[in-house]
Design a protein around this ligand. Structure first.
Ligand code: BEZ
Length: 212
């Protein structure tokens, strides 16, 4: 059965470019991103892993650990990483899982047989510190993911985990947010002292609560 939002991300042991890891131990109390790519030595994947490496500080700032995966073997990962570093002007220092037996890909539903019988699709799973799955996106092999969007989603997930708000379309850090429907206006006025902009009873904005 496939994993869904709210499910507990299953633990696993993996062989990676940085040695053997236990997924939960690797994550510790951090947020996590587990993302699959179709194959090593392919152009789009090379750019994706390069972008991820280049955003190292942004992931660290948000307390997020990243972990990539493909079904290619470890020796291929290790030599390909040299190419990624060279061509993308970066240092890949996060682990890439060598899932040659496809156990983890199967566990996380990363192989979509009608897209490819053997390669993983571009799936990305965001996992909260309590190990619940907060986001799953899946792109085809031909479309590289937008890692600025991945950071934006993490900002939204972390904000909405702490406050009774949701983030509107295209929201980015610093913009006004939406008071969740379950909170009464009376309670919202107490929780959000910066005030409310009530456009409709169900559409209430407030300034982002965790910044000045
Ligand atoms: C790529 O990563 O460039 C790629 C992989 C499989 C199919 C198409 C593109």
């Amino acid at each position: 059965m496939s994993l869904r939002l709210g499910d507990i991300a299953p633990n696993f042991a993996a062989i990676t470019s940085l040695g053997e890891i236990d997924f939960y131990q690797y994550l510790g109390n951090s947020w996590g991103i587990l993302f699959s790519h179709p194959a090593d030595y392919t152009p789009v994947c090379t750019t994706e892993l390069g972008r991820t490496a280049a955003l190292k500080d942004e992931f660290e700032k948000r307390n997020v650990k990243v972990l990539a995966l493909s079904v290619d073997p470890l020796d291929k990962h290790l030599s390909w990483i040299n190419d990624i570093n060279e061509t993308q002007h970066c240092t890949v220092d996060f682990p890439i899982i060598a899932d040659a037996d496809r156990k983890i890909s199967t566990l996380y539903d990363f192989i979509h047989p009608n897209a490819s019988a053997t390669a993983t699709v571009r799936s990305l799973v965001i996992i909260a510190p309590d190990k619940t799955i907060k986001l799953i996106i899946t792109y085809p092999a031909s479309t590289g993911r937008n890692f600025v969007e991945v950071l934006r989603v993490i900002d939204s997930l972390q904000l909405t985990a702490d406050y009774s708000v949701a983030t509107p379309a295209n929201w980015v850090q610093g913009e006004k947010v939406i008071v969740i429907p379950g909170l009464s206006t009376e309670d919202a006025l107490v929780k959000f002292p910066k005030g409310l902009d009530i456009v409709k009873p169900y559409l209430r904005y407030t300034p982002q609560p965790n910044i000045d």
